[in-house]
Structure formats: structure tokens, C-alpha cells
Ligand binder design. Structure first.
Ligand SMILES: Cc1cc2nc3c(=O)[nH]c(=O)nc-3n(C[C@H](O)[C@H](O)[C@H](O)COP(=O)(O)OP(=O)(O)OC[C@H]3O[C@@H](n4cnc5c(N)ncnc54)[C@H](O)[C@@H]3O)c2cc1C
Length: 412
């Protein structure tokens, strides 16, 4: 049996970041993942500025090495397409200068990004990584958690667990008692394509809010070598109530919609079309307890509007590791002490999660969405604010203040 202070279940972006942060704090930990890396993960592969900024907090060197990763496509903004087919280009930064600045957004296949993170783990002296080992049993004992694989041959005893094993975590369901609720959960699918026409020259990612897909959207994210990640997601209650088959809906849309039919005429699908769940942070949950904290998808923390979960997995990974350090220092792992983690996570993330939840509901009303969109296309101030929101998260707060809309209407 291995004994350790902290055991992390899952080496995706959330678990890997928690381990890297612990390592940089001089705390040793064990990380267990059922997969052997490099491994794939169904995702849109979009990495926002939040990924870099939180990795920089852990170690500037990691962020610099990520900037140099050759397998990623630098992206300079987002193209939004409204239900009435109006499009609005919003750069991540107003008046960006490609020659003089580093990009703040990327698209990188998860097989490469997650492997980059695991390579960082392998170089970290305080991290012991076990791949190809699925954790199956969790037993709370007086002095810690005993975890093991199904055979019971692999066992780790830890004072504290960081649960980062993704959207289908049995620990989240059974121990933390967080249930999947279809109105706060989405289903997503994606495939890789080669040869899609009409991509943005500065590799803007594209979000298409087509009328027949609402409350979901279709995305096209540019990748290196002329590839693209193409996918769609939709709230699970809508999928269930309307009996939608997402795979058929996506492939039919690409074939039958005149604009996509032209753009995909010579394109070739280079992978299978696969799906996975998105546990959305549309409401607050209790994400820690006696001797454990949940991180990333296991904590149901994906942005309900954009579907972005990697940045939030990384951010919660950092916070969980810092909370673990405080608990080890005080030798105190009670649920009451752990609650400081929930408090910090929601203090930092709830303003944007709750705003995104409001925007997600707005998408259900195409006419209202079209109206707001039309205003954005005409109004430079609104476009600049949306643009600034990508690199200055605090500016998003402006969007929650009625006075902001009032001023916009006056300036129309
Ligand atoms: C279709 C789709 C599109 C998306 N697009 C985007 C996007 O463009 N940008 C974005 O930011 N987010 C996107 N997301 C969300 C993003 O994929 C997740 O939020 C992110 O992967 C969460 O990271 P994580 O570390 O919490 O979990 P994961 O990445 O799921 O990692 C969990 C790890 O735990 C391991 N594991 C699981 N069970 C066990 C076990 N029993 N024992 C040991 N190990 C285990 C797994 O092998 C895995 O390595 C998308 C999601 C979907 C489904």
C-alpha cells in the first residue's frame, strides 16, 4: 500500500493542475488515472485566456512552454452567428497586433494538450503518477481515505482526496451526492474535419446559434494543418424532450444547410463522431466534504453558456491544491474546514457562471437574442465590451448592471 498526504484521482486538466500546484508548494502527492497518456477526450479543444492565466499562477514556465507548443492553433477571437444568420466578429482583445503580441486563445486537440500537462507532471519531483489504473473503491477511515482499483491490488492511503475524474465521476454521484439534472447538464458531440472552407484568417473560433439547434449551438474551431474541430451541444432536457439525435442533427445540418453545405462540400471527416456529457455550473453545489474536494467536471463547474470547462478545471485545481496545503498545515480535514474551498471557488467563478446561465436562457428566445445581437453588430461600444470580457473577466460584471444597458441604449 502507498501512503501519501494527497491523492488525486484523474490526470485531466483539473487533476494535473492540482498536482503541479502541490509540487510547486513542495507537497508530495499521488496521481492515479485509468488512461495511459497520450489519450483522447471528447471536447471542442478551445483553450481560453483563463487557461494561460491560471497556469501562470502555478508556474510561469508552464505557461511559456504551452505558448511554444507546436500542436496548437493560435486564435485571436470569436465569430458569433445569430439565429437570423447575422455574424459578429469579436476579437479577444480590441485592436490586437498579431506581430507584436502573444495570442490569448488557442485550439489544441486534447490528445496533445492533456499529454503536455502529463509531461509536466512527469518532470515534477513531488508527483508520483500511476497510469492505466481505474480507482473503483473509496473507503473513509479515521485517519484518511483508502482507495483501490477493482482487484484491490492497487491501494493508496491518503489524508486527503482531490477528485478530478471528470463528468462521469462515481465519487461525485455516490459520496458527494451530486446528481445529474437534465436542465443543468448538456450533451455534446464532436468530430475532426479536414478541408472546411471559409475559416477566419486569424483563426477566430465560430459559434453558430442556428434557430433549429437552440438551445444548443454548432461550433467550428480551427486546428493546425487545415483541420477543424466541429461539434454541437444542447441542454440534456431539450435532447430528451425533443427526442433529438445529436449526431444525425449535426451531419444533416452540415449537408442540408446551404451555407454549411458549400463550406463542407470538399471536407473530409478524419475521426469518429463521439459524444460526452457537460456538467454545467448553472447552480451552486457543495463541492467538498470530510477529507475531499471535487475539481473540474467532477465539481459540475462548466460554463453554462460557452461550454468552457478546461479553464475552470485548471482554476479549481489550483484552489484545491492551495486548500490542501492549508489543511495539511493545520492537520485539519473536516467538512467545515473544506468549506473554505467552496467559498473561494464560488467567490471567484460564480459571477461569470451566473451571468452565463442568464445568457444561456436568453438563447432560448431567438427574437430577443437576434435583437441583442443586432445591437452588438451596430454598436462598437458593446463589441468592445464583449471583446474586453475575454481578457478582463471583471468587465463581465458590467453586463449584469442595468445602468450599462441604459447607457448602451442612449448611445445607440
Ligand atoms: C463535446 C464537448 C465539447 C467541449 N468543448 C470544450 C471547449 O472547447 N473548451 C473547454 O474549455 N471545455 C470544453 N468542454 C469541457 C471540457 O472537456 C471539460 O470541462 C474538461 O475536460 C474538464 O477537465 P477535468 O480535468 O475536470 O476532467 P477530464 O478532462 O474528463 O479528465 C478526467 C480524467 O479522469 C480519469 N478518470 C476517470 N475515471 C477514473 C477512475 N475511476 N480512476 C482513475 N482515473 C479516472 C480520466 O481518464 C481522465 O483522464 C467540452 C466538453 C464536451 C463534452
Amino acid at each position: 500500500m502507498i501512503t501519501t498526504s494527497v491523492c488525486i484521482i484523474g490526470a485531466g486538466p483539473g487533476g494535473a493542475t492540482a498536482a503541479l500546484q502541490l509540487d510547486r508548494l513542495g507537497i508530495s502527492c499521488v496521481v492515479v488515472d485509468k488512461a495511459v497518456f497520450p489519450r483522447d477526450k471528447v471536447c471542442g479543444d478551445g483553450l481560453s485566456g483563463k487557461v494561460l492565466s491560471w497556469l501562470e499562477k502555478v508556474d510561469k514556465g508552464i505557461a511559456q512552454r504551452l505558448q511554444q507548443l507546436v500542436e496548437k492553433e493560435n486564435s485571436w477571437g470569436v465569430k458569433f452567428v445569430s439565429p437570423s444568420r447575422q455574424s459578429m466578429d469579436v476579437p479577444y482583445k480590441p485592436n490586437y497586433n498579431k506581430a507584436a503580441e502573444s495570442p490569448i486563445g488557442f485550439v489544441c486537440k486534447r490528445i496533445h494538450f492533456d499529454n503536455f500537462m502529463v509531461d509536466e507532471l512527469k518532470r515534477s519531483p513531488n508527483v508520483q503518477l500511476f497510469e492505466g489504473t481505474a480507482v473503483d473503491k473509496y473507503t473513509l477511515e479515521e485517519d484518511g481515505y483508502l482507495i483501490s482499483d477493482a482487484s484491490g491490488q492497487f491501494q493508496v492511503k491518503a489524508k486527503l482526496l482531490i477528485i478530478a475524474n471528470g463528468a462521469h465521476s462515481s465519487f461525485t454521484r455516490e459520496v458527494a451526492q451530486i446528481k445529474m439534472e437534465p436542465k443543468y447538464y448538456a450533451a455534446g458531440i464532436r468530430a475532426y474535419y479536414k478541408g472546411v472552407k471559409g475559416m477566419h484568417e486569424d483563426s477566430f473560433i465560430e459559434l453558430h446559434f442556428l434557430k433549429n439547434l437552440l438551445p444548443g449551438y454548432l461550433w467550428i474551431f480551427p486546428l493546425p494543418n487545415g483541420e477543424a474541430n466541429v461539434g454541437m451541444d444542447m441542454l440534456s432536457d431539450a435532447v430528451r424532450d425533443r427526442k433529438v439525435n445529436l449526431k444525425t442533427l449535426l451531419t444533416d445540418t452540415l449537408k442540408q444547410d446551404p451555407i454549411f453545405a458549400e463550406r463542407f462540400r470538399d471536407a473530409e471527416m478524419t475521426s469518429s463522431l463521439d459524444g460526452y456529457g457537460l456538467p454545467l455550473g448553472s447552480k451552486k453545489r457543495v463541492i467538498s466534504g470530510n477529507r475531499y474536494m471535487l475539481v473540474g467536471d467532477a465539481a459540475f463547474i462548466i460554463d453554462p453558456f460557452t461550454g468552457e470547462g478546461i479553464g475552470n478545471a485548471i482554476c479549481t485545481g489550483v484552489m484545491a491544491a492551495q486548500q490542501a496545503a492549508a489543511c495539511l498545515e493545520a492537520d485539519n480535514y473536516t467538512a467545515e474546514t473544506m468549506a473554505a474551498y467552496d467559498e473561494r471557488v464560488y467567490r471567484v467563478l460564480w459571477p461569470e457562471l451566473s451571468l452565463s446561465y442568464k445568457l444561456q436562457r436568453l438563447v432560448k428566445y431567438p427574437r430577443l437574442f437576434n435583437w441583442v445581437f443586432k445591437m452588438g453588430v451596430k454598436n462598437k461600444q458593446l463589441r468592445d465590451v464583449i471583446s474586453s470580457m475575454f481578457y478582463e473577466v471583471d468587465l463581465r460584471k458590467k453586463l449584469t448592471r442595468p445602468s450599462f444597458y441604459f447607457k448602451l441604449l442612449l448611445n445607440r
